[in-house]
Design a protein around this ligand. Structure first.
Ligand SMILES: [Zn+2]
Length: 222
């Protein structure tokens, strides 16, 4: 009996520490790491998308090796697919954490069981020269993030409603427009750009352009 009580009080202490230490986690921070790679963290759970990839692969962005040392322990790593500009076989081998590469619904459901405030859905989407490419919809406390990845096919992104932040390469925007598909997202985060890729004119208010690794933004819920 005593030991149960002891266990329970330790458990309670941990719960309290968690909610105090992390400000009850009503804030999520998104940090851009390069290409389609970014970290999503609410202070409790750290999820990396399409990182680590092979720095500089196919002429895309490089990142400093020190970024690898900054990777948080016990993180979750989700990849849209295994092309080198999204995924490094060599670096992934060294990771200490859970890896979900091109993860289908079943795999993602296993992950969901372990997550506290995140719920993720995976969608099989087509991509040239890749047999397993998945896009993901992440829900965090009612905020919805859609991570498109490398797909060239806009049907999936066009079918999802009420997205808060959509992570997209510019070509999916073009293909969606061509197909007359509306992307129902409040904010468009443009990613997977070439180094020094420029845009003419002003960036619209509902866009965030991930052109500099280290860029970050936070979202709060009350
Ligand atoms: Zn690819």
């Amino acid at each position: 009996m005593k030991s149960i009580l002891k266990k329970f009080s330790i458990f309670l202490m941990l719960v309290l520490l968690n909610s105090v230490g992390f400000g009850q986690s009503n804030e999520i921070e998104i940090t851009f790491l390069g290409n389609a790679g970014f970290l999503m963290s609410d202070g409790v759970t750290n999820i990396y998308f399409d990182f680590p990839y092979k720095s500089g692969a196919y002429g895309y962005m490089t990142y400093d090796e020190s970024e690898l040392d900054k990777i948080k322990d016990n993180s979750i790593f989700i990849f849209t697919h295994k092309h080198a500009d999204h995924y490094s076989r060599k670096l992934v081998k060294k990771l200490k954490g859970e890896i979900y590469a091109g993860a289908n619904r079943k795999r993602i459901d296993q992950l969901n069981k372990k997550l506290l405030d995140f719920k993720i859905q995976s969608f099989k989407t087509k991509h040239k020269f890749s047999l397993t490419h998945y896009s993901y919809l992440v829900d965090w406390k009612g905020k919805r993030f859609f991570i498109s990845g490398d797909t060239e096919h806009p049907e999936t992104i066009g079918s999802i409603k009420n997205i808060d932040y959509v992570f997209v390469p510019y070509w999916i925007l073009l293909y969606a427009k061509k197909a007359n598909l509306d992307i129902d997202a409040k904010i468009r985060v443009l990613y997977h750009l070439y180094p020094n890729q420029h845009f003419d004119g002003d960036i619209p208010e509902n866009y965030i352009v991930f052109n500099n690794p280290g860029m970050k933004f936070t979202i709060r819920v009350d």
